[in-house]
Write a protein that binds this ligand. Structure first.
Ligand SMILES: Cc1cc2nc3c(=O)[nH]c(=O)nc-3n(C[C@H](O)[C@H](O)[C@H](O)COP(=O)(O)OP(=O)(O)OC[C@H]3O[C@@H](n4cnc5c(N)ncnc54)[C@H](O)[C@@H]3O)c2cc1C
Length: 473
């Protein structure tokens, strides 16, 4: 934890913020601060909720700059928050602080058809960004499950999602950033260029920095022409190991899948209870949900046929199902998209493990999840981006007392993270470290790694006022 002598915001600071933002509706204090500002989307166990002293709903880069300059001079900690869909407490206040809320900065500023870029403000919702690009014949490639998260939040977390296997995570789709540094200065990193080797890639350092290095106020995003056809395929397996062992083989075909999602029967059944509708098939213990996209439907379908033949010959499989009509697509992906909420609804409290391992180790990691669940007698439903080696494992409290759950959870996390590390993996594939995963990051990566990250933090933020206590402490 940062150990600066921070100042708590007082009436004079508040007056200054009101003066900058002019509109009193954009400066929230006391009862006007919604309790949601005290947490993000998950019970990060052991993390106490607290509200910020003020929420500042910014509209421009200049407003952010003035706020940061003042807070830096006064040593007032600042937390940036967007849609609050994070899963590791990154946008949670963990000490007295003011909060910059970026959700009103939601404009699309430019679509550049020559450079295939789109320039946006950080509070733009992911779903609005993708929809606007598609209406104009382009695809913004990242595809995180949380469609109501923001582009700024996605960049800050380097969000992954379903299409990362083919198109990369958010970082691969960010060309340039305008940021406000902790001292209030405004900087541009990257731009519309396709490539750039001019010094360290500071743009790439900001991507994934979880609001600890600078505030993102504008982003230039890479677009590609919208694929003309997108077809999904559901492969049912009698045996979970067979499903997992097939994953590395499925990416070696001529056409790379855009998604390979692992869906367990438990998650499908939970989603069915939650939504009252489910997959077109749910009797098998494991499913792989794949997506292929391309410019020519015949070529895509031929490739899918080859893959089905291979999978039928080599896995303990049931009848594959093409997800090729809009209704079936909505049914299947709609069910997949509520897996997390459905698990949340199935238990009294939960926390999650977003581990990533090399794709070739995913079957072994899933065996470890099963063994850990039995060892600690804790339900650990699991699904995820199998094609990226990235599984989401949920630790469910169910009927345990809170104290028992919290005690056991530490052992479960340690066993899963230690196992992943031995397999050549890491503790987070896409959700980040925030506050909740800090002790585990230190445990797995060691002091030298953490100190190097902290020195980078100090180069950007010598007074440690931006999201202190997160990611590198
Ligand atoms: C149902 C569900 C499904 C999800 N699926 C996925 C998935 O498939 N892939 C994935 O990667 N994640 C997923 N997530 C996690 C989460 O949605 C992502 O991490 C998302 O990128 C967070 O965006 P947000 O706008 O909600 O940011 P917040 O939660 O508000 O903030 C997240 C972090 O970003 C920082 N931040 C936000 N805006 C800025 C800014 N402008 N400048 C600097 N820092 C900033 C905050 O300080 C915080 O540390 C999922 C979450 C849910 C609830």
């Amino acid at each position: 934890m940062a150990c600066k002598a921070y100042k708590k915001m007082d009436e004079k600071d508040l007056e200054f913020f009101r003066d900058i933002l002019k509109d009193s509706k954009r400066v929230l204090v006391g009862d006007r601060i919604n309790p949601d500002y005290g947490h993000d989307e998950i019970d990060c166990i052991g993390v106490e909720e607290r509200l910020p002293d003020a929420v500042l709903r910014v509209l421009t880069t200049e407003e952010v700059s003035k706020i940061m300059k003042h807070c830096n001079e006064q040593l007032i900690p600042v937390v940036v928050r967007a849609a609050g869909t994070g899963l590791v407490g990154g946008a949670m206040p963990v000490m007295d602080c003011v909060m910059i809320d970026t959700t009103l900065m939601d404009k699309i500023l430019e679509l550049d058809k020559e450079n295939l870029t789109m320039t946006v403000q950080p509070g733009l919702l992911y779903q609005d960004c993708v929809e606007y690009a598609a209406q104009n014949g382009y695809m913004y490639c990242p595809d995180p499950g949380s469609k109501t998260s923001t582009i700024g939040g996605n960049i800050a977390c380097n969000a992954g999602g379903m299409r990362a296997i083919k198109y990369g995570c958010t970082r691969e789709s960010v060309r340039g950033l305008t940021v406000v540094m902790p001292d209030g200065s405004i900087m541009n990193f990257g731009g519309k260029m396709v490539k750039n080797t001019s010094g360290y890639s500071l743009k790439d350092l900001i991507v994934g920095s979880e609001g600890t290095l600078a505030v993102i106020t504008e982003a230039i995003l890479k677009l590609i022409p919208l694929p003309k056809c997108t077809i999904s395929l559901l492969l049912p397996f009698d045996d979970i190991d067979a499903a997992m062992e097939m994953v590395p083989k499925l990416v070696t075909f001529d056409t790379a899948p855009a998604a390979i999602e692992y869906c367990s029967k438990e998650c499908i059944d939970n989603a069915k209870k939650y939504l009252d509708k489910g997959f077109p098939s749910n009797e098998y213990p494991a499913y792989l949900l794949l997506t292929y996209d391309g410019t020519d439907e015949d070529i895509v379908l031929k490739e899918i046929e080859k893959l089905i033949d291979y999978a039928m010959e080599n896995g303990a499989m049931g009848e594959p199902l093409l997800v090729d009509s809009p209704d079936r697509h909505r049914q299947t992906w709609g069910t997949r998209s509520v897996f997390l909420e459905a698990i949340q609804a199935s238990t009294s409290m939960m926390d999650e493990c977003d581990v990533v391992v090399p794709r070739s180790a995913i079957a072994d990691f899933l065996k470890l999840v099963t063994a850990t669940s039995e060892k600690y007698d804790m339900r650990l439903p699991c699904f995820g981006h199998a094609g990226d080696g990235n599984l989401h494992v949920y630790l469910c409290k169910d009927n345990m007392s809170e104290a028992d759950f919290m005690e056991k959870a530490v052992f479960v996390f340690n066993d899963l993270y230690d196992g992943a590390k031995k397999m050549g993996g890491a503790i987070s594939g896409e959700h980040g470290i925030g506050f909740a995963k800090l002790p585990y990051l230190r445990r797995e990566e060691g002091d030298e790694f953490m100190e190097l990250m902290h020195r980078i933090k100090l180069a950007f933020d010598p007074n440690e006022i931006l999201n202190p206590g997160k990611v590198c402490y």
